[in-house]
Design a protein around this ligand. Structure first.
Ligand SMILES: [Zn+2]
Length: 647
């Protein structure tokens, strides 16, 4: 049976296979009852999906996603005159799709799903809880910490036991101490919700989720996207019922079970913010908790849109394949990111990175969760914006971190390095078929170059308030919905009256970046020649926003939309110099032709920290050398002489 399926797929050829679900069926609501059995490493679930047939014609089948689930029963239900009419069904793999797609039909083939009607799909099914590979991030752990998986505190286990746990050893799972400390986790981005429930597993299909979780252990707690509505206890189980979620995409659903220390405070607007760390470690999360609350306050003001839920939980997993995941209202982190160490254990670099990650995830509550990209092609709308916002947030609420310097260090320069070879990079807006691995789309280009593009939009718009108005308008127009890059550009163009669409469509669809060759041809005039960094002969032409600052502190701005341009800076004297790409607002490299300009810039002290860092980066990339000054030459000569003596 397997080999037959494979042959059929091969015969069709990959490019002919469909990768997006049809739009004629809309999921409205999922009612999920999740019943994990830890010792069995299984879950036994019940699920009802309310769907609406939005097509104008009756249809034969409903297609949805599922993976590694065993369906024990499935019914199609229609409400007729107030009572349920139940139909028998057939469920088959749909080989016209790239992966994981199943068709639901009426067993009686005469019956069809009627146009403009509602149905319920009622499933009983089971699936496996994966156990975690504890030995580090490797190929196996990639598979094992997505979907539904369990983690155990490595401290509790000796090496042999760790191995046993990795393989889900039953004996170990009967050890009460181990059982108590186990975390049953989920991670669904980008296409892994289908490993927990049959669903329409694409960001476009936003629905409401009503979650009920039945657990076996008294000491365990359950956290999900919404607040707990009710907990009922019987002799051997606890049942958690959660409030309905807002409309959201499947990849944002999250359910976590475990034993936690909880700390809570409220944001100014009353959002309940909590951290959940393994028992004994909660007290170290107070700094993260305050940062999260402050970030919410900042973003509510920045977007003028309230945080869309009533609570936000930050949960520490023992370990994970990603640093953090922005499940709505229920953000999961590798636990050490939420812990602020003291004394010798404190590492400033790690601490700043952790603050960035927390601010990043919280900005996703708006960018990504409230307004979601329509398809993974536009993942930069989530990740580029969140990366940008994490710096905006921390710059305002934790200015002492000097976070924009870190941006240059680990975002901007890393993006340039990654993007410099056309053969190894890809455009920011990338074609995704849904069968890529996590690493393929959640990479430096989406995050880092994506954030550089956002900064460049800010540079083009120039006025910070207008830029903020653009984002507010975008948020207001697309909240609870999905958007594309073009939707964003359209809104920005309307609000700013600047041709954003024209300028930035090219930036997000073209790999690599321009190098700007700058030649000072007279006291006050420069010529610019742009070329693709990786290809002299490339015909690519970008519209490049160039901010500059002179050694007298005069700033200015030009847009270069030709291969060759000439710019005159009024009043510039021969002994003054100009740093182009001031504050690294553009994603390009400057190459100064004149040695005197290189030396002049290097030895002047008008550049701020960011300009200085970027200038050094440009020297390194362009291979330009600074001419040593006379006194340094003399020192060098002395050094040489000394060295000669030693020889
Ligand atoms: Zn992110």
């Amino acid at each position: 049976m397997e080999s037959l399926e494979l042959t059929e797929v091969e015969l069709k050829g990959r490019d002919e296979l469909l990768f997006r679900l049809p739009l004629d069926v809309k999921p409205l609501q999922y009612d999920l009852r999740y019943v994990p059995k830890i010792q069995e490493k299984m879950f036994y679930n019940e699920l009802t999906i309310k769907i609406f047939i939005s097509s104008k014609k009756d249809i034969d089948e409903v297609n949805l996603h599922m993976k590694d689930l065993q369906v024990n029963s499935l019914q199609i239900i229609k409400i007729v005159d107030g009572s349920e009419k139940i139909y028998e069904t057939s469920l088959t793999k749909n080989e016209n799709y790239i992966q994981d797609t199943f068709s639901i039909k009426f067993l009686d083939q005469e019956i069809k799903f009627e146009a403009r009607s509602e149905y319920f799909l009622r499933f009983q099914y089971q699936g496996k809880i994966k156990t975690h590979e504890m030995t580090g991030i490797n190929f196996f752990s990639l598979n094992l910490t997505i979907g539904v998986f369990m983690l155990c505190d490595p401290k509790l286990l000796d090496n042999k036991e760790k191995q046993m746990f990795d393989y889900g050893d039953e004996l170990l799972l009967q050890n009460n101490e181990v059982l108590e400390q186990i975390q049953i986790c989920t991670h669904f981005e980008d296409k892994f919700a289908r490993q927990m429930l049959p669903c329409f597993d694409e960001p476009l299909f936003k629905s409401v989720f009503n979650v009920i979780v039945e657990i076996e252990y008294e000491n365990h707690d359950v956290i999900s996207n919404s607040l707990v509505k009710e907990i009922t206890k019987t002799e051997n189980k606890k049942v958690y019922t959660f409030d309905s979620t807002p409309l959201m995409s499947t990849y944002l659903l999250c359910i976590v079970i475990g034993k936690f220390d909880k700390n809570t405070l409220h944001s100014k607007s009353g959002v309940q913010v909590s951290t959940y760390l393994p028992t004994g470690e909660g007290v170290k999360s107070l700094d993260a908790l305050q940062l999260a609350a402050d970030s919410i306050d900042f973003l509510e003001d920045y977007f003028q849109v309230k945080y869309p839920l009533t609570k936000l939980d930050l949960i520490g997993y023992y370990n994970h394949i990603v640093r953090a995941m922005e499940n709505w209202g229920c953000v999961t982190f590798i636990k050490k990111l939420l812990i602020k160490e003291e004394g010798d254990e404190f590492d400033e670099y790690d601490y700043k990175r952790n603050c960035k990650t927390i601010a990043h995830e919280i900005s996703h509550m708006w960018f990504g969760n409230l307004v979601t990209m329509e398809w993974w092609d536009d993942i930069w709308l989530n990740e580029g914006f969140a990366r940008y916002m994490e710096h905006v947030i921390l710059d305002k609420i934790r200015p002492e971190l000097k976070i924009w310097l870190m941006y240059i260090e680990i975002v901007y320069s890393v993006a340039l390095r990654k993007d410099k070879s056309i053969a190894l990079t890809h455009p920011v807006q990338v074609k995704v078929k849904g069968d890529q691995s996590l690493d393929d789309i959640f990479d430096t280009i989406s995050y880092a170059k994506g954030s550089a593009i956002v900064l460049m939009m800010q540079a083009v718009i120039q006025n910070e308030q207008v830029f903020q108005d653009c984002l507010r308008a975008y948020m207001n127009r697309f909240m609870w919905k999905n958007a594309t890059s073009q939707d964003l550009f359209q809104v920005m163009e309307e609000v700013s009256a600047i041709p954003i669409m024209d300028i930035f469509t090219h930036w997000i669809q073209t790999p690599c970046f321009p190098i700007l060759v700058i030649d000072r041809i007279s006291e006050d005039t420069y010529t610019f020649w742009q070329k693709c960094y990786d290809s002299m002969n490339s015909v690519e032409q970008w519209t490049i926003p160039v901010k500059f600052v002179t050694s007298k502190g005069q700033t200015g701005f030009v847009m270069l939309d030709q291969k060759m341009s000439q710019v005159k800076i009024e009043g510039l004297q021969a002994d003054e110099y100009t740093k182009f790409n001031h504050n690294a607002l553009g994603f390009f490299i400057c190459y100064y032709v004149n040695q005197s300009e290189v030396d002049g810039l290097y030895y002047s002290d008008f550049m701020g920290d960011i300009d200085r860092m970027v200038f050094n980066l440009e020297l390194m990339v362009s291979g330009k050398q600074v001419t040593p000054r006379d006194e340094e030459k003399e020192n060098d000569e002395v050094d040489d002489a000394l060295e000669n003596k030693v020889e």
